[in-house]
Design a protein around this ligand. Sequence first.
Ligand SMILES: *[C@@H]1O[C@H](CO)[C@@H](O)[C@H](O)[C@H]1NC(C)=O
Ligand SMILES: *[C@@H]1O[C@H](CO)[C@@H](O)[C@H](O)[C@H]1NC(C)=O
Ligand SMILES: *[C@@H]1O[C@H](CO)[C@@H](O)[C@H](O)[C@H]1NC(C)=O
Ligand SMILES: *[C@@H]1O[C@H](CO)[C@@H](O)[C@H](O)[C@H]1NC(C)=O
Ligand SMILES: *[C@@H]1O[C@H](CO)[C@@H](O)[C@H](O)[C@H]1NC(C)=O
Ligand SMILES: *[C@@H]1O[C@H](CO)[C@@H](O)[C@H](O)[C@H]1NC(C)=O
Ligand SMILES: *[C@@H]1O[C@H](CO)[C@@H](O)[C@H](O)[C@H]1NC(C)=O
Length: 411
Amino acid sequence: MATLLLALTILSLVAAGIVAGHNVTITLLDSAVARGAVCLDCTPPAYAYSPGFGDGVDNWHVYLEGGGWCRNVAECLDKTGYHLGSSAKLMSTAQNGVTFFGGMLDSNSTFNPDFYNWHVVKIFYCDGSSFMSDVEDVDPKYNLTYRGARIYDAMMDELLRIGMGNAKNALLSGGSAGGLATTLHCDKFQSLFHNTTRVKCVSDSGFFIHGEHFYGADWRESFFSRVVSTHGLTDMLPTSCTSKFSPTLCLFPENLVPDIQTPLFLIESAFDAYQIGVTLFPDRSPQWTSCILNLMLCNSTELEIMKDFRLILINTLKSTIANSSSRRGYFVHSCYLHGHMEDISSSTCSLIVGNGLANKNIAEAVGDWYFDRSEFQEMDMVNNLPRNCTGDDRPILEKKCSDYYIHHQMP
Ligand SMILES: *[C@@H]1O[C@H](CO)[C@@H](O)[C@H](O)[C@H]1NC(C)=O
Ligand SMILES: *[C@@H]1O[C@H](CO)[C@@H](O)[C@H](O)[C@H]1NC(C)=O
Ligand SMILES: *[C@@H]1O[C@H](CO)[C@@H](O)[C@H](O)[C@H]1NC(C)=O
Ligand SMILES: *[C@@H]1O[C@H](CO)[C@@H](O)[C@H](O)[C@H]1NC(C)=O
Ligand SMILES: *[C@@H]1O[C@H](CO)[C@@H](O)[C@H](O)[C@H]1NC(C)=O
Ligand SMILES: *[C@@H]1O[C@H](CO)[C@@H](O)[C@H](O)[C@H]1NC(C)=O
Ligand SMILES: *[C@@H]1O[C@H](CO)[C@@H](O)[C@H](O)[C@H]1NC(C)=O
């Protein structure tokens, strides 16, 4: 009987279409063009805005999209061929001009109880520099523009114009290259608000480690060094870091995080799929490639390398936190993932796929910390091998997750 009821419920969920998450219209910020705040291909920057409602009307969540970096003209030119370098390409590939807001961007209280009724803004990434570049000259040969910091500033001005300055609660977050951008912009974001506003930042999968003596260290350093030179970042990075380290080292969050004054939360996998998959063996062998695509195919040597990576990441993060002046939260797990906040299976419903710490979903941990219900500083110290936390198909996952929240009503 119970099985039949479950089956019927799942059928009706499927019939009704997706219930978690919603679509939001993409807007081009044409007014930014006049001040030269444009994507790599000179097109206007883009964002999507879902207005707050109910008692969330004074709360703002700004999410910075990620999508890697480009470290030379050829790579930046390549980005102009798709949404990560061109809003024209973004618009031509987005079905019906919309983007999907899921996970911690969801407006459904069932799935996102702490943040569902906030104003939510997703800023699209099209500059290849984690929103840091501001080069006046246009590359004459290809008309490439390096203006990520200008895009960030133009977007903030737009959000202030539509009311963000009066926020009671504000959150800057971002995933991957957007997680690094969040770390880099966090204190600047905080300075937009009154001193009575609660302002915090969440960097999701943005803790890219240097791993100085570990596989791929030279590659990681040379990669960021070329990002710095291509995008003219030497004078754009926080001086609190560049007074101590080279500009290249100031793209590694371990050298940035200690000086950030604003409360910051790190969501990270100790087996970050991007860092393991891309930055350890950039010239990867067929065997390594098959391992990073399917963990079941990894050999014993590869698993040992992943174990070592985990220890380095955990130790780097721990000493970074220990060296930090203001309070930090973190959730460091062992699922083989990269990027969490936009997807229910790795944020609001992560427990359902076996990715919980202290019995909390990632979004609950962030909520506890954001609203000062409690501190949250948890690492998975038990699992020393990467886990595959894929979970059930969507309708089943959503059903289990809504049941979970019904039984764990938030105050
Ligand atoms: C969102 O838009 C996409 C593409 O237009 C569509 O396939 C999907 O069903 C929509 N989702 C919702 C929840 O409306
Ligand atoms: C939110 O999700 C619940 C549970 O799936 C669903 O019943 C409800 O219709 C959704 N609410 C909105 C506003 O979409
Ligand atoms: C660069 O832009 C200028 C002015 O809009 C245009 O005349 C020129 O053809 C463009 N060059 C390239 C390589 O697209
Ligand atoms: C906040 O700012 C006001 C005026 O700008 C000042 O009087 C007050 O002391 C500040 N409060 C804190 C906690 O910094
Ligand atoms: C495992 O694969 C790596 C390549 O990723 C290879 O260098 C190594 O020799 C293999 N180890 C074993 C024990 O097969
Ligand atoms: C995780 O498991 C799913 C389902 O079995 C599979 O499709 C996927 O390839 C696995 N991912 C990795 C990285 O092993
Ligand atoms: C933390 O500070 C100690 C002592 O100053 C230093 O040795 C260590 O490298 C720092 N760790 C990080 C990650 O910055």
